[in-house]
Structure formats: C-alpha cells, structure tokens
Design a protein around this ligand. Structure first.
Ligand SMILES: Nc1ncnc2c1ncn2[C@@H]1O[C@H](COP(=O)(O)OP(=O)(O)OP(=O)(O)O)[C@@H](O)[C@H]1O
Ligand SMILES: [Mg+2]
Length: 236
C-alpha cells in the first residue's frame, strides 16, 4: 500500500456553543486514491472538509497532510500550506464574480509559487495551464474571458474544478459539486475530474449525499462509520 497522503487521529470538533459534531478516532487517505464520503445533510461533511483544508482548527487531535501536522502551524502558515497542496471545490463554488473565468482558474497560482511552477512546467505558462484545464473539462474557449457570474451553474462548476486542479495539488477536495447537475452530466463531470486527478497523481476526497456516485470511486465510506459523535440512524 502507498503511504497515506492524509491521516487523522483522535479528531474532535464542536462549533462554539454546540455539542461535539465530529469525533473521529482514525481516518486516512492514500496517495492517488479517490474516496467517496457520504452523509446526510447537516451531518458535518463540509465542517470536516474545512478542518482538512485547514480553514477551521479541531478542538483536539491530529491532522497530518504530507507528513505536516496542520494543527501545529499558525493560521498564516496553514493557509499557505493549504494553497500549495490542496485544491478545494466548494459547495457554492466561491468563484470571484468580477473576475474572468481564466482569472478565477489562475488564482491559486498567484498565492502559491509551487503551484505556479508546476503549472508552468506542465503547460508552459499559468495562462496556458488554465486554458488547457478548462478545455479538458469541456468549457468552450469563447467563455474564458467572460465574467464568472455570467455562466450557468454547470459551467461554474467546471471553472471551480479547474481552479482546484491547476498546479497539481496533491489533494483535491470536492464538496458536493454535482448536486445541481442531472445524472448524465454528473457522471461525465466525475470522469473528467478522475482523469485530471489521475494525470496529476492527486488524491480526490469527494463528499456527497448522492449514493449513486459511490461505485465510481476506489473506496466509499459513510461519515457515520467514522464519526463516533454521529447520532444513530433511528434518531436522525
Ligand atoms: N459556521 C457555523 N457555525 C455554527 N454551526 C455551524 C456552522 N457551519 C455549520 N454548522 C452546523 O454544523 C452542522 C454540520 O453542518 P455541515 O455544513 O458540516 O453539514 P453537511 O453535512 O455539509 O450538510 P449539507 O449536506 O447540507 O451540505 C450543522 O448542524 C450546522 O448547523
Ligand atoms: Mg455541506
């Protein structure tokens, strides 16, 4: 088995003033692995991804990405480490509406020298890397200079995916990015995402409550299996 890319141990998290939402004794993601994590609405999927991306800090426990303990970094160092090594497709995409499609995709390379140099190495320039990724993901050339808020939801989703993938981060996190698509479009999008991750050697952690997607992944898990703080199904 390849060395884990990401390892959680004894992780605990509660939102201020609330009972513990996550209590995860152990979890790992292997290098290059695609993992589907399912859980009902409100079960803590986005919260967990925020912890993995270093956006929130756990109340206890350890999160190690590429052997680096995230909890021991300052907030600034954590942000830097995240943008170097993690591409994040947010549930609401979080594109910057006043920037063009291409500028949105290039953003991580402005914050990360590592991703910028990887993008240049693979495609010649950051500009070309953005164009190539968008083309692979099926976005027409004529849309590249358009403002991001002038796109359909399906198109915005492709831009968000290209932004996460540019510069080959080791970990790609996708938070339910297909919920607005019909079944055929969902599967087609996933196949493109898999192909890009495979080519870059990235691991993919994908969360959704759409169980039908699970068989497409190397491994699938339910958050309730990992999380000792999850309520038994009968109480949900
Ligand atoms: N910023 C916040 N402050 C306080 N509570 C929060 C915050 N964000 C989420 N929560 C609470 O944490 C719980 C889990 O929310 P989370 O968004 O992680 O669920 P989810 O599994 O991603 O749900 P969905 O499938 O609807 O996206 C919910 O009870 C939610 O109300
Ligand atoms: Mg969510």
């Amino acid at each position: 088995m390849t060395a884990p890319l990401l390892t959680l141990s004894d992780l605990g998290f509660a939102w201020p003033g609330h009972a513990e939402l996550l209590d995860i004794p152990a979890f790992h993601l292997a290098q290059g692995e695609t993992l589907f994590l399912k859980g009902p609405s409100g079960s803590g999927k986005t919260t967990l991804l925020g912890l993995l991306g270093g956006v929130q800090k756990p109340s206890r426990g350890s999160i190690a990405l590429l052997g680096q303990e995230l909890t021991s970094l300052s907030a600034g160092a954590r942000d830097h480490f995240r943008v170097d090594h993690t591409g994040y497709i947010f549930q609401q995409f979080n594109l910057l509406p006043f920037l063009s499609v291409r500028e949105n995709v290039e953003l991580p390379c402005h914050f990360s020298k590592l991703r910028s140099s990887r993008a240049k190495q693979r495609h010649g320039s950051v500009h070309q890397a953005a164009g190539a990724l968008l083309a692979h993901l099926g976005l027409k050339d004529e849309l590249l200079e358009r403002r991001a808020d002038a796109l359909s939801i399906g198109q915005q989703q492709r831009v968000a995916a290209a932004r996460a993938l540019i510069g080959q981060p080791e970990l790609v996190i996708a938070d339910e990015p297909t919920s607005a698509l019909d079944a055929d479009a969902r599967e087609a999008f996933l196949q493109l995402l898999f192909a890009e991750c495979r080519e870059a050697g990235s691991s993919l952690l994908f969360v959704s409550h759409d169980q039908s997607l699970a068989p497409l992944f190397d491994r699938h898990l339910s958050l309730a299996e990992l999380n000792r703080a999850a309520k038994p199904a009968a109480e949900v």
